[in-house]
Design a protein around this ligand. Sequence first.
Ligand code: URA
Length: 262
Amino acid sequence: MTPDFDYIAAKAALEWQIELGVDECIGEVPINRYDVKPQKLKLGATSNIAPVSAMPSVIPVQESAADIAGIMAGRCNDLAALRDAMAVFDQCALKKGAKNLVFADGNPSARVMIVGEAPGRDEDVQGLPFVGAAGQLLDKMFAAIDMMRTGETEKDALYITNVMPWRPPQNRDPEPTEIQMMLPFLKRHIELVNPDMIVLMGNTACQAVLGRKGITRLRGNWTSAFDKPVMPMFHPAALLRDGSKKADAWADLLSIQAKLKE
Ligand code: URA
């Protein structure tokens, strides 16, 4: 290294590149990987495989993204810590394309916790779940049974979150691997809020929490997960697309209201 490009200057140049968004080192000349001939493995005396005696007795196991999420979520003792842990969790590619982490909204003392799918454009911009057209319908639906995210008592309050805290590109469905890796955070979220019941909005929430899809069959039937009663419902976006589903949604809301009175 030349004296005029010392450690400090090199570090500053690196930091400048990171600020510009560089996250990968590439060569100056492209390599056609299809043309690269595989190198022959030399066995025998010149083997490049270490003899068994030289191998470590404990082989490090690569942790999966879901394992890492589980370890991080397990260390969170309150919602603020969980939010912070999710904000620094770097294993999910959706984070890179999202403007904001969408954690939750409403009153954590609510008896009812709603789990949706993933943020859309409006939610991504505002950093809050269910604030677009589907969210406005969701608010109206629960207002009809006197419950709202701004409710101040556990009786009239709602707490709302999503399976995925980051917006998928073009609002595509979250992939099974993405759902799996974020599930430990959702589980911990439910443990920390400890609601009396969970309402699952649509197939993605059913897949994550119940391990199965098929909302048309599942909706309206109480089931359980994480030791809580669970009501699957049509997602409000589905009600916006097909108004004939609204009668079923109303029946499900009345069922929630009745269960809360039990
Ligand atoms: N749809 C969802 O499932 N969640 C949101 O937050 C918004 C739309």
